[in-house]
Design a binder for this molecule. Sequence first.
Ligand code: GRF
Length: 203
Amino acid sequence: MLSIAILGSGKGSNAQSIIDAIKAGTLNARIVCVLADVQDAFILDRARQNGIPAYYIDCAPFKTKLEGAAEQKVIDILKKHGADLIVLAGFMRMVKSGLLRAFPGKIINIHPALLPNFPGLHSWKQALDGGAKVTGCTVHFVDEGMDTGPIILQKEVPVLAGDTPESLHARIQVQEHIAYPEALRLISEGRLRIEGRRVVVTN
Ligand code: GRF
């Protein structure tokens, strides 16, 4: 069975969607641990409420990346729990080469836009400001770049007249909560293969 570890920084609604899919029996996986770089992140409470080992990782002195002693600590915890897939769910740091090398091709992320459009922060706001008619979310493998890894799947979300950044992000999150369990199902069934920069889905 697929052993998933989740890394986050915030409220953890995507982590919840994965927990729910496992409980509903629609995803054959287990969550072996949840790690956060924010001590009071709600994602840690969600883990504890569900009996999942939860860890706060102090990532100082870095503000925007996971490197150095904290990176090693994360690797040690992930290995200790036997994680075979690392799921970034609102983890607000760049993953660097140490973790990438420890789990090659085994780290995925969800991004609130149709990549390669609107990488980086506040993508729903970027979409609004850029006058996009359609945006959405993307599940992708993680590489050294900022939201540049091979794409697993995407869900579209229309931008509506009168949308605010908040209303648009809320509708994107509804699709995220469908997309992440769906992508994980493909992985748990062994149906994804990376060919160069492309992800191939097999039946
Ligand atoms: C999501 O919008 C995700 O796409 C982005 O960060 C947000 C995390 O939300 N990377 P949550 O913590 O899972 O609720």
